[in-house]
Design a protein around this ligand. Structure first.
Ligand code: SF4
Length: 285
């Protein structure tokens, strides 16, 4: 099955991709910041479209989604690539890969719908790596899934462009958005944008999509009490009902700071609990 890459156009100097906020200008023979979408001078494409590195049945709470179909299992798919560069990435093997070395298996939208039905499940999550890099596939699969009574879920860093979000939103039932930090300079250093994640998360809530937020508390990046309190204020303005998962970091990839102190996580939960009604600690055993 073939998938036509979208949200790009020819410009002087190359092809401009508009799938995410980076809006890369890619010269012939090059790839974008995500390392998976590229232009050969004629065709704009991604070797990852419709091809997946991982497939699992996960408890929905693992996404994490605690307030949408609780107690259910979700068919989870991961591919390869990411449009951020978090040094503490727990899935860096597929998220920041040499795509030649990641084994990817095709799964067509009709086969996906059949597999999910056969397993007796009612939802699919695009997860593990950045799922919006798979937007064209999601748009092909979601109508088939919906027809079969199966919901579509994104576990995303929320860096997609407004154009892509507007097209995906009617087909997405639930999202978990990872808010990395509330410091715009630190966000930029991770390859992301605080303004973009705020706009996309708020946009999904406004559109009626079920939204839960995750904040991984990483020492030196997202452990400022002031930044955290400002993030809670922002969430409360959207809606105090939006669930917030405050998650414990453990050393991974290129980041070796010790794990987040549990005392700090509990303090953050107390701060959040003053303004939000659904606050959860994650990765705390
Ligand atoms: S998806 Fe984002 S990072 Fe990848 S090529 Fe397009 S604009 Fe660049």
């Amino acid at each position: 099955m073939t998938y036509t890459a979208r949200w790009w156009r020819r410009e002087e100097g190359g092809a401009r991709c508009g799938l995410c906020f980076h809006r890369c200008l890619i010269p012939a023979g090059g790839v974008g910041y995500c390392k998976v979408r590229g232009w050969d001078g004629d065709v704009f494409s991604s070797p990852c479209l419709g091809r997946f590195s991982s497939c699992a049945l996960d408890p929905i709470e693992k996404k994490p989604l605690y307030h949408w179909r609780p107690g259910s299992y979700i068919f989870s798919l991961g591919s390869a690539g990411c449009n951020m560069r978090c040094p503490f990435c727990q899935n860096h093997g597929i998220a920041q890969p040499d795509t030649q070395r990641v084994s990817l298996m095709p799964l067509s939208p009709p086969d996906l719908a059949r597999s999910v039905k056969r397993e007796g499940l009612s939802s699919v999550a695009y997860t593990y790596n950045e799922p919006t890099l798979q937007a064209e596939y999601v748009l092909q699969a979601a109508p088939l899934l919906r027809e079969a009574g199966i919901a579509s879920v994104l576990v995303t860093n929320g860096m997609l462009s407004a154009e892509a979000r507007d097209e995906l939103t009617p087909w997405i039932d639930a999202v978990n958005v990872d808010v990395k930090t509330f410091d715009p300079v630190k966000y930029a250093a991770l390859g992301g944008s605080l303004d973009v994640v705020k706009e996309n998360a708020a946009g999904w809530v406004r559109a009626g999509v079920h939204v839960e937020l995750t904040n991984l508390v990483v020492p030196g990046i997202s452990d400022s009490r002031e930044d955290f309190a400002r993030m809670v204020d922002w969430i409360a303005e959207i809606s105090p009902q939006v669930p917030l998962h405050i998650s414990r970091y453990f050393p991974a990839h290129k980041y070796s700071a010790p794990p987040t102190s549990v005392a700090l996580l509990k303090e953050f939960a107390t701060i959040a609990g003053r303004k939000l009604t659904k606050v959860h600690l994650g990765n705390v055993f």
